[in-house]
Design a protein around this ligand. Sequence first.
Ligand SMILES: Nc1c(NC[C@H](O)[C@H](O)[C@H](O)CO)[nH]c(=O)[nH]c1=O
Ligand SMILES: CC(=O)[C@@H](O)COP(=O)(O)O
Length: 174
Amino acid sequence: MTFTKGVTPSTEKYDGSSLRVLIVHTRWNCEIVEALVRGAKETMTSEYNVKSENISIQTVAGSYELPFAAQSLIGASRMSPQSFDAVICIGVLIKGSTMHFEYIAEAVSQGIMRVSLDSGVPIVFGVLTCLNDEQALERAGLGDNESKHNHGIDWGRCAVEMGVKNTRWMSGTI
Ligand SMILES: Nc1c(NC[C@H](O)[C@H](O)[C@H](O)CO)[nH]c(=O)[nH]c1=O
Ligand SMILES: CC(=O)[C@@H](O)COP(=O)(O)O
């Protein structure tokens, strides 16, 4: 049986023109991360009219730092006139020869979910957990593989959808 792999595009056209989005990304594996950030940012501005001045970009060293940074920046934005409607955490973990990868992947995924549920702000899990370099390149739309696809595009779409829907839900509209 064949099936559509990946996410089916939403039938609703979301208007992101009033959204404020935070992207926090790592400087580990930076060429791959930068391609993912570009994919997310360009998708939000070109497909959904998110204003580039409403996309804040912050960096941290590695993926392990992402949940803390997201929590701290969400808190800081609440003290400003406009808080973030959605956050995208972007990093690339590539398995090495120790257990480092497993510990970080588990901690980061749990941490991002916790910050998202505790803060009430949707956080997109933009962390690739790859077993080798080729997997990471392919998922950032880089390299030679024909099936390559930049997952940053999906993360940008997801952030807009969740930001718009959560704003609606918070105002009591379903
Ligand atoms: N191995 C990778 C890391 N490791 C670094 C940690 O995320 C962290 O910065 C360090 O342990 C200090 O707390 N980070 C990645 O993003 N990707 C990796 O492949
Ligand atoms: C702490 C580290 O970054 C490093 O020792 C991890 O090694 P590996 O990626 O080979 O598991």
